[in-house]
Design a protein around this ligand. Structure first.
Ligand code: UDP
Length: 426
């Protein structure tokens, strides 16, 4: 029997496996977003199936996160890591595998929420064969990304065309910040329905320990001045700007024995993130700040919250950031944020209230902002307190899921008209 249960939805995230370890190559905000939204929706009573591509032969086909929330890995192309720019050719296999899964399980999803442009292509293909409501979140826009790079990948034209088609035809687009919405309108299309619903964070996990407790657990001295980066090793993240900013901090003269730069994030030797990590390490050595810099590797369940809480300032120096989960995770941990004045960071970080903004790639401006916070602990605490309050009010996963549920309910209450013969009819 076919199950057209309206509470059953599919989140499609071809490249962002919600069950993956976070902080390594290409596993970042999108993976966290899909998993946390899936879990929060399940708690609201939705049955959530999250589809991704299997990228390792030993990966489980299904991972249950909650009785009503699971990750389902479909076979599409070889079961190995393939960079995002090389996946497109395998998408027809993904569509077939999805349709086969539906057939096998006797399910037909009437709402799909797709993530990243590759998944929007899958969603649009599926909607040609079954009645479907399509909701999409971009996570990153090619039109913005390609502005800042000189060597566009071969897939660029396909990506831009897919992003435009999706904006114009999906039932609803979710922008995660007003800045992302403006970019869609200015750079992609004036057609299509967009709703702004921000990303969220786990306000119980981040903010659960004080700075002193976190430092005691991590073995960091109570009077240390800690500058923290958390994220993937990717040039777009601007870690070089942070390192060069610390290299010209005035505290190098006055408080060198107290200053600590911690650069957290996973990397694999020889892969693109390992290569970027080595490049950054090379700059650290060249600047002579090797003695005050540490690379603790991938941060996770047991220690990520401790690093955020232990820091005096968390720096997000990205060249571009559609949303930037790290900023709100740090804010939830009562740590002020110094971030690039771009994208979603302009929306989450309120300058002079929860942190400071600086022009991207401007190491001098970053150095000044970091020094201002490090040299004034009382102000640091004020900024940290306001950041925490802002996250509690605006960025919990529960509130994100509630707002998404309103969108889904509204779309599902409208009659679903088949676009062509449903694939499950046979
Ligand atoms: N992250 C992590 N461990 C690490 C590095 C990063 O768990 O070692 C997480 C981080 O906490 C955040 C996500 O990866 O939730 C990065 O998301 P963001 O939106 O900041 O950047 P993206 O990776 O999407 O570009």
């Amino acid at each position: 029997m076919l199950n057209l249960n309206k509470n059953r939805i599919a989140l499609i995230s071809v490249t962002g496996d919600p069950a993956a370890e976070i902080g390594k190559e290409e596993a970042g905000g999108q993976n966290v977003y899909v998993l946390q939204v899936g879990l929060a929706l399940a708690k609201l009573g939705w049955k959530v199936d999250m589809f991704t591509r299997r990228n390792h032969p030993e990966q489980a086909a299904i991972v249950n996160h909650h009785p009503d929330c699971r990750t389902i890995r479909l076979n599409a192309g070889p079961a190995k890591f393939i960079g995002r720019d090389k996946i497109f050719g395998y998408l027809p296999e993904f569509v077939k595998a999805f349709q086969e899964f539906q057939r096998r399980e006797g399910i037909q999803y009437s709402l799909i929420h797709s993530h990243y442009w590759l998944s929007s292509w899958v969603g649009m293909e599926l909607s040609k064969h079954q009645p479907l409501r399509l909701v999409h979140t971009y996570h990153s826009l090619g039109a913005v990304k390609y502005q800042s790079i000189t060597d566009k990948p071969a897939i660029a034209t396909t990506r831009l065309a897919t992003e435009k088609a999706c904006l114009e035809t999906a039932d609803r687009i979710i922008a995660t910040s007003p800045q992302e919405q403006q970019h869609m309108r200015k750079l992609v299309s004036t057609k299509g329905e967009i709703e702004v619903i921000p990303c969220g964070t786990d306000i119980n996990r981040f903010g659960s320990v004080t700075r002193d407790q976190a430092r005691a657990e991590l073995g960091i001295k109570p009077d240390a001045k800690v500058v923290l980066y958390v994220g993937r090793f990717d040039r777009r993240k601007g870690i070089e700007t942070l390192v060069r900013a610390v290299g010209q901090s005035s505290l190098l003269e006055s408080d060198r024995d107290k200053l600590q730069l911690i650069i957290g994030g996973g990397y694999r030797p020889g892969q693109s993130d390992g290569i970027e990590r080595d490049r950054i390490h090379g700059i650290v050595k060249e600047l002579g700040i090797d003695d005050i810099t540490t690379f603790p590797g991938q941060l996770g369940k047991t220690n990520l919250h401790l690093y955020y809480a232990a820091a005096d300032v968390c720096v997000v120096p990205s060249h571009y950031e559609p949303f930037g989960l790290v900023a709100i995770e740090a804010m939830a941990s009562r740590t002020p944020v110094v971030a690039s004045d771009v994208g979603g960071l302009k929306f989450t970080v309120v300058p002079e209230i929860t942190g400071l903004l600086a022009p991207p790639k401007d190491e001098r401006a970053f150095a000044k902002a970091i020094d201002r916070i490090l040299s004034n602990p009382e102000w640091r605490d004020e900024l940290g307190g306001s950041g925490c309050l802002r996250v509690e009010l605006a960025f919990s996963w529960e509130s994100v899921a509630n707002r998404l549920a309103l969108v889904y309910n509204q779309l599902l209450s409208e009659p679903v008209v088949p676009m062509s013969a449903p694939v499950l009819a046979a």
